[in-house]
Design a protein around this ligand. Structure first.
Ligand code: ATP
Length: 293
């Protein structure tokens, strides 16, 4: 096999609370991730040369060693003492710096794809450990589906997947730095005992209405304070026909709505389409990375 095409699925956070600051500067989180259908395509080819090359047309995505996909390939290359040249092509659909884990999903796709193409034989657990060195969301993106994430988001407990739940995603086109959002956090707000566990239990019972009622993201507070237009967009999204609950994903600025059905999701999509930089209807996904035939 010379070439492999891997789907790198985005994630949303159905719940995100920050439960403390760590000595290493990171924050301890309690979060619930879910993979979604929206994905980038990552094509991995063996090369005759020895170097790692990344190509991505998106103007905000670096193609050098700052790219998480590049870092993922280098990590595996170094771990086995050199595997030869790798060319990686990324077709972006996931908005960048949008709270949807696009870079992490690309890194996960490269770990999974390179392991297959070069027959390295790493287990999923080993790949997840490599992933944790690249970013807090990478282990989840590798595993996919639904999970409760503790620690920096990398200690994962599997949860029952919500199947084919219709979602509407809106991005107002504001790229938000995750680090800047965490800096502005007010810790006095974070006291929500067991709220994440409760949502996890509702997911196990497939209680969509219960989950939609309890969507929560502490990071909305600093982001909405700085960008009231995102808060206003969330209010408008929440009042759309068929919207069961709306939330900002990760550190934003993407908002998602859990919709009653895909017809109403598409109707709301038409309502917002020409006013935001990105708007799409999708569904929850049971996988994070997927090798296409
Ligand atoms: P995070 O919460 O990690 O910031 P995000 O989903 O909000 O994740 P990403 O789309 O991963 O944001 O982009 C964050 C930054 O990472 C961007 O500024 C971008 O330049 C950089 N980056 C590095 N590699 C990639 C990649 N493969 N795809 C997208 N962005 C990348």
């Amino acid at each position: 096999m010379q070439k492999i095409r891997v789907r790198a699925h985005a994630k949303i956070n159905l719940y995100l609370d920050v439960v403390g600051k760590r000595e290493d500067g990171y924050h301890n989180l309690e979060t619930i991730f879910h993979s979604i259908g929206l994905h980038d395509d990552v094509i991995i080819c063996k090369q005759r040369t020895k170097d790692i090359k990344v190509h991505c047309e998106h103007p905000s995505v670096p193609c050098d060693s700052r790219n998480l996909a590049h870092q993922a390939a280098k990590l595996l290359n170094d771990a086995v003492g050199g595997i030869g040249g790798i060319a990686i092509e990324i077709h972006k659909r996931i908005p960048v710096a949008a709270g949807l884990g696009g870079g992490s999903a690309n890194a996960a796709a490269v770990l999974h794809g390179v392991n297959e193409v070069f027959r390295l034989g790493f287990t999923q657990e080993a790949l997840m450990r490599f992933g944790a060195q690249l970013g807090a969301d990478v282990p989840f993106c590798l595993r996919g589906g639904a999970a409760l994430g503790l620690g920096i988001g990398d200690q994962l407990t599997h949860l029952r997947v919500l199947s084919d739940l219709p979602l509407l995603l809106l991005n107002p086109g504001i790229e938000i730095s995750t680090a800047a959002v965490f800096k502005k956090l007010d810790f006095s707000l974070t006291k929500r005992e067991n709220a994440g566990i409760i949502i996890g239990t509702l997911m196990e019972k497939d209680d969509i209405l219960g989950v939609a009622e309890r969507l929560y993201n502490l990071l909305e507070v600093p982001v909405f304070a700085e960008y009231p237009e995102i808060a206003a967009l969330k209010t408008e999204l929440s009042t759309q026909a068929g919207c069961r609950g709306a939330l900002m994903s990760g550190s934003g600025a993407t908002l998602f709505a859990v919709m009653q059905d895909s017809t109403l999701a598409h109707r709301s999509e038409s309502h917002f389409k020409n006013r935001v930089s990105f708007c799409t209807t999708t569904v929850t996904s049971p996988v994070g990375v997927y090798i296409e035939d």
